[in-house]
Design a protein around this ligand. Structure first.
Ligand code: PLP
Length: 392
């Protein structure tokens, strides 16, 4: 795996790298087979650890190999594995690389599922967890202990869209010989390549932009060969492997990532500018806006932007709910990164389990709305938002 990296541009790699042509097929066909014929070659691969060997589809399938190779190329990684969900990718990575007595540092505003895994499950296995602030690399440095093994960050946080200075974190990780894991779901390799900035492992919920059509649940882990070789046997043990059909859907989605991300971002940049001037809006949070606290970091870490944005509606949560329920095109649903625009109020959905005071401290104040801007016509989106804001 790996190999075909920077000799071709992003969109070419997104379309061509990894694709398996059988019987002259243009696309990788769906190999809906749980098991494969054992041959001299596969017996040898099995004896050598089984990675990238077609034996049994919990280990690898034609479709998982194809899409993992594509993703590794897009993230400039040596190797990769795909999973049945983003959480399967995250839990397998953490439990694969950390052991009883190790310590990991993360941030209290990591994705809720990751937060739950770190605070409820890792301690049950004797893995210590400290929470610091992803916006402040010094807070991570201050939390380092003699048993610290890993720093865990997200390129862009959910839902307050803090931009994490991956370069600063990778310097810190190198000084202390720690593994730096970056969840790059919100920006995708189209905007950010954490491995080029010194990260060791990149994780994705492929459910989001990479799949891109709100029709699959999936995950991926990309990194150097040695670390992925440690994670692969845990994928076999924990069993969160992606099935062939899921991998096919993901591969199909990734082929259009370049054009989709361009439109997601263009639309979000435009809506952010217009919303900032709207009398019913108190604050707009989008890294393209000079008013964003991490505007300069964003220009360096994710120069091409993102389709994720947030804003605070004047009048608090009830006003935000009225606005959201007046929308006719933008769909009220959790998740993000699909071609269609999705909207939610984190207080009664994705962040409901977080106590109100912790939510407020994190910036999720009354009236806070998260919008995953889709690739619809931007004028239609603006008309929808404008009419929905006339709820009084
Ligand atoms: C940043 C981030 N990481 C990981 C996940 C978990 O992914 P999945 O839902 O595919 O398990 C999510 C889900 O929303 C997410 O937003």
């Amino acid at each position: 795996m790996g190999g075909e990296k920077k000799d071709k541009e992003f969109s070419t790699r997104a379309i061509h790298v990894g694709t398996k042509h059988y019987e002259g097929s243009v696309n990788t066909p769906i190999f809906q087979s749980s098991t494969y014929k054992l041959t001299e070659e596969t017996y040898a691969g099995w004896a050598a650890g089984a990675q990238h060997t077609l034996i049994y589809s919990r280990l690898s399938s034609v479709n998982s190999e194809a899409v993992a190779e594509k993703l590794a190329s897009l993230e400039n990684a040596e190797d990769g594995e795909v999973f049945a969900s983003g959480m399967a990718a995250i839990s397998t990575t953490l439990l694969g690389l950390l052991s009883n007595g190790d310590h990991v540092i993360a941030s209290s505003d990591v994705y809720g599922g990751t937060y739950g895994l770190m605070t409820e499950d890792l301690p049950r296995f004797g893995i210590e967890v400290s929470m610091a602030d992803m916006r402040d690399v010094n807070s991570y440095e201050a939390a380092i202990q003699s048993n610290t093994k890993m720093l865990y960050i997200e390129t862009l946080t959910n839902p307050v869209l803090k931009v994490c200075d991956i370069e600063a974190f990778s310097k810190l990780a190198k000084i202390h010989n720690l593994i730096l894991v970056v969840d790059n779901t919100f920006t995708t390799p189209w905007a950010t390549n954490p491995i080029d900035m010194g990260a060791d492992i990149v994780i994705h919920s492929t459910t989001k932009y990479l799949g891109g059509h709100s029709d699959i649940i999936g995950g991926a882990v990309l990194g150097n060969k040695d670390l992925i070789a440690k994670i692969f046997p845990k994928k076999i043990h924990f069993g969160g492997s992606a099935d062939p059909h899921n991998c096919y859907m993901l591969e199909r989605g990734i082929r259009t990532l370049d054009v989709r991300m361009g439109r997601h971002t263009e639309n979000a940049n435009e809506l952010a500018k217009r919303l900032e001037k709207h009398e019913m809006i108190e604050t707009v949070i989008h890294p393209s806006l000079p008013s964003h606290p991490d505007y300069d970091v964003a220009k360096r870490i994710m120069p091409k932007g993102t389709g994720m944005m947030a804003f605070i509606v004047k009048g608090g949560d009830s006003a935000a709910l009225s606005f959201m329920r007046n929308l006719k095109i933008i769909f009220e649903a959790t998740s993000l990164g699909g071609v269609e625009s999705l909207i939610e109020c984190p207080f009664n959905s994705s962040h409901m389990s977080i106590p109100e005071n912790v939510r407020k401290e994190a910036g999720i104040v009354s009236g806070f709305v998260r919008l995953s801007v889709g690739i619809e016509n931007v004028e239609d989106l603006w008309k929808d938002i404008s009419q929905a804001l006339e709820f009084n």
